[in-house]
Design a protein around this ligand. Structure first.
Ligand code: NAD
Length: 467
């Protein structure tokens, strides 16, 4: 197996071997027991606790993510996910009793959560630990064997995940395969019982097409353009701070639920822009390039992608806050664009970086039309004190999740599902939703030999038919 773990040499044959080994473990029944699941979740909790420093170091290497941001998102959130599963596992595993029909009297019925089998988790680079371990926690809690394929774009994090999971978890049922597209392709050739993929929609389509071959169900955690509709009836300073927190102080915009663009009222835009500029200075100082509190862009290809968005002629006279760019350090400072035309690149593509277009409208309701004209986003935000507007936004805007008067915190709210709709993805996870996604809900009806009415059996006599 050592060979199969080596980077670069992992091919279809080796992928097949890995799946075979994991299926053997799953078929032995070991992963189904409460004891195994809890032991793995406890081992995971121990791993995060003991390797906290290494995790923070790895995301620093991959993204220069500020230590506090790394701690909150990668360590603390993964820890709480793990402890929620540990606390609730017994309850989650219990069958749910349901009512039976009079026609089956006497009987009882229940829904049994059954593990699916061997599942594949393909994750991404922007929150490399959280977005890898959170789904693994769900898959283990539901009693599955699991292969994790972290993103090659965050190599230090990927290597650490492989090292840690190999050392702390039961390798007969939990594996990490490192690599990029070729290794993922080899894995996708195999028959899985479920695939959870996090990343862009182009690869999402590849994953879904590969899954079709084996009729494997998929959870696709994708992205898109998450809007923030900002009314003028609000607490300006708090709104500005929270918008910044959902963009530049959130992995420098490299987050699937970060604010992609703002829509606001034409007359209010200058006030909002001034507030954003003031608060940006409070957060990152006069020279944001020197700030240690802002992540860098993950790679030179993503840096070039962002430059391409900025070099679009359609926005050349629309930049109201021009951030400095440093290719050597892969840094781009906060940039704001006012009224970028709808056919400009920044309004057509998911930005995934520190550029914020602000679109103005005459009436706040016109913002609804802009949002609806684009694919359904993973998150939609609204800032207002107007209760009717809040109600209308929740009722009329379709998005994976929603947050009123703040940004990104929906993701840390226990009890809320996390997932997309339409082009932002399918399926959702977190907490019990993860457990359910990685389980089959098996309906079981129990009958006794009592109450065996002949009414249902042939011959269907005229008397029976008349009833
Ligand atoms: P990425 O480049 O890390 O790719 C994601 C995964 O796909 C990686 O594991 C990678 O190895 C694999 N991959 C890449 N090319 C492949 C191919 N040709 N065939 C098979 N596998 C392949 O990540 P990314 O796509 O740059 O991530 C950013 C995107 O992910 C954004 O669109 C963002 O919105 C989305 N995202 C979504 C969530 C969510 O939870 N919904 C979270 C984070 C990011």
């Amino acid at each position: 197996m050592e060979e199969a773990k080596e980077k670069g040499v992992f091919n279809e044959e080796k992928a097949c071997l890995v799946v075979k080994e994991l299926r053997k473990s799953f078929d032995s029944g070991k992963t189904r027991s409460y004891k195994w699941r809890i032991s793995q979740l406890e081992a995971m909790a121990k791993m995060i606790e003991e390797r906290e420093k290494d995790i923070i170091e790895a995301v620093d290497k991959d993204l220069s993510k500020p230590q506090l941001e790394a701690y909150i998102a990668e360590v603390s959130q993964t820890k709480s996910s793990c402890s929620e599963a540990i606390k609730a596992l017994h309850q989650w595993m219990k069958p749910t009793k349901v009512k039976t029909a009079i026609t089956t009297y006497p009987s009882s019925a229940e829904i049994v959560s059954e593990p699916l089998g061997v599942v594949l988790i393909i994750s991404t680079w922007n929150f490399p630990f959280l977005l890898s371990l959170d789904p693994v926690i769900g898959a283990i809690a539901a009693g599955n064997a699991v292969v994790l394929k972290p993103s090659e774009v965050a190599p230090a994090s990927s290597a650490l995940l492989a090292d840690m999971l190999t050392k702390y978890l039961d390798n007969s049922a939990v594996r990490v395969i490192e690599g990029g597209a070729p290794q993922t392709t080899a894995l996708l050739e195999q028959k899985w019982d479920k695939i959870l993929y996090t990343g862009n929609a182009r690869v999402g389509r590849i994953v879904m097409a590969a899954a079709t071959k084996h009729l494997t169900p998929v959870i696709l955690e994708l992205g898109g353009k998450c809007p923030a509709l900002v009314d003028s009836n609000l607490n300006l300073q708090v709104a500005a701070r929270r918008l910044i927190a959902g963009k530049w102080a959130c992995n420098n915009g490299q987050a699937c639920i970060s604010v992609d663009y703002i829509i606001t009222l034409k007359h209010f835009a200058p006030t909002l822009i001034n507030a954003l500029k003031e608060e940006l200075e409070q957060f990152f100082g006069k020279d944001p390039m020197k700030s240690k509190d802002m992540s860098r862009i993950v790679s030179s290809s993503h840096f070039s992608r962002l430059l391409k968005l900025l070099n679009d002629d359609k926005i050349s006279d629309k930049i109201v806050l021009e951030g400095q760019k440093d290719e050597d350090q892969l840094k781009i400072a906060p940039t704001i664009i006012l009224d970028a035309p709808d056919d400009s690149l920044v309004m057509q593509e998911e930005i995934f970086g520190p550029i914020m277009p602000i679109i103005t409208v005459d009436k706040i309701e016109d913002g609804f039309d802009i949002i609806k004209s684009k694919p359904k986003p993973l998150a939609a935000y609204l800032f207002t004190n107007n209760e009717d507007l809040k109600k209308s936004f929740v009722e009329n805007i379709s998005s994976g999740g929603m947050l009123i008067n703040d940004t990104v915190l929906q993701v840390v709210t226990p009890g809320l599902p996390f997932g997309g709709v339409g082009e932002s993805g399918m399926g959702s996870y977190h907490g019990k939703f993860s457990f359910d996604e990685f389980s089959h809900k098996k309906g079981v009806l129990y009958r006794s030999f009592k109450g065996d009415s002949s009414m249902r059996y042939p011959p269907y006599t005229p008397k029976k038919q008349s009833l």
